[in-house]
Design a protein around this ligand. Structure first.
Ligand SMILES: *Cc1c(COP(=O)(O)O)cnc(C)c1O
Length: 388
């Protein structure tokens, strides 16, 4: 059997009849830049993320870049990011001329570890940019307490976490000064190309970001500061407007898939039910721990990825691949080990959890349209591979 890591055509089939006439209308109108479709998805995202303002932009990466630009961060400044994340989180810091400072992650959630964060704050720290990795919230109480103590703004990288709730029931992206989201096709709410959104509750920031996305222009051809072309396409916005009402149902399907995986892996005997799990003894595989599951909120984890840890990962992965199952390693090389960041002189031994995660993490298929038969097959093959 072949089970792809992600099959976007299955989802497309379910919404094609709705989406195709809308796109055709847009093409015939030739109203391609900003306008009504962008305003509509901005309204939906602001409401959905418990935020007053949402600004549609060209990508999740540009959303992060703009957040740093809006705070005037540049040469001589430091921005603290987790070392285990997608590259954009660190790349944007260097692009504004600042220095990324890396911190280790928590062994249960792979999110920024608050204690490591505190140890790296200096008078030069101008922002903290934690990541809600794989679709699960960071420990916002702990991180905001540290940030508030030092008066440092928090930019939430919520690229993988649109709709994720923290244990207090609030949506991610609404608790820091700004939240940045991606509509890259593999995210839970994906466009048919690139796109992103920034959320904030700060009116002045919202005005600045809106102006920034159009070269800082206001009024037309008058520029009081330098922005860029960070606009969200009307066409992408129209796609998102059609998809948006289905988002909760898709989150739910992903969560149910994750629950089925967990149940089957535990029944197979290659892991125990007890958390925290560690990769030793009976635990040949470590399941993703949904840390806020017991808090009563619904979207405690939206499973943009279902990521397990496995000993001898690369050997196990080869076997799984040979048996037709798509997997991915998010992420095989931490920021502190990337060639382009060697100049920072970070000591790799300062990040033991992230180092282990990079060696053992494996993401399995989790998309909403996955069938029970496919999940059972994935578990069967993974269990065989692990026991070999
Ligand atoms: C996808 C992603 C981004 C970047 O989003 P793009 O829309 O691809 O630019 C940033 N951070 C994280 C954690 C991501 O997963």
């Amino acid at each position: 059997m072949n089970v792809p890591l992600l099959d976007l055509t299955r989802q497309y089939t379910t919404i094609a009849a709705e989406i195709e006439p809308k796109i055709l209308d847009l093409l015939r109108s030739q109203k391609l830049i900003l306008g009504k479709p962008v305003e509509e998805i901005e309204k939906s995202c602001a409401f959905y993320s418990d935020c007053k303002y949402a600004i549609g932009v060209s990508s999740g990466t540009d959303a992060q870049l703009m957040a740093l630009m809006a705070l005037g961060i540049g040469l001589g400044d430091e921005v603290i990011v987790p070392t285990f994340s997608f590259f954009a989180t660190a790349g944007v810091v260097v692009r504004v001329g600042a220095t990324p400072i890396f911190v280790d992650v928590d062994p249960e959630t792979y999110n920024m570890d608050p204690a490591s964060l505190k140890a790296r704050i200096t008078p030069k720290t101008k922002a903290i940019m934690p990541v809600h990795l794989f679709g699960q919230s960071i420990d916002l109480d702990a991180i905001l307490e540290i940030a508030n103590e030092y008066g440092i703004p928090v930019i939430e990288d919520a690229a993988q976490a649109i709709g994720t709730q923290y244990k207090n029931g609030k949506k991610v992206g609404s608790m820091g000064l700004m939240g940045t989201f991606s509509f890259y096709p593999t995210k839970n709410l994906g466009a048919f190309g690139d796109g992103g959104v920034i959320t904030t509750n700060d009116e002045q920031l919202a005005i600045r970001l809106r102006q920034m996305r159009n070269h800082g222009m206001e009024p037309k051809y008058y520029h009081s500061f330098i922005g860029g072309n960070f606009r969200l396409d009307a066409l992408q916005a129209e796609v998102l407007n059609v998809k948006f009402p289905y988002l909760e149902t898709w989150h739910k399907a992903r969560r149910e898939n994750a629950q089925l995986y967990n149940k089957l892996f535990i029944e197979s005997g290659i892991t125990t039910e007890e958390f925290p799990q560690s990769l030793s003894g009976e635990n040949r595989i470590v399941l993703p721990k949904a840390v806020y599951k017991e808090s009563g909120v619904t979207n405690y984890h939206i499973y943009n990825q279902y990521t397990v840890r496995i000993q001898n990962r690369d050997k196990v992965r080869s076997y799984i691949t040979e048996n037709g199952i798509g997997t991915e390693v998010y992420y095989p090389l931490n920021f502190h080990d990337q060639e382009c960041f060697k100049y920072l002189g970070e000591n790799p031994s300062s990040f033991p959890i992230a180092n282990e995660a990079a060696k053992t993490c494996l993401s399995l298929p989790i998309f909403p349209e996955l069938t029970t038969t496919e999940i059972e097959y994935v578990v069967e093959i993974v269990v065989k591979a692990v026991k070999n």
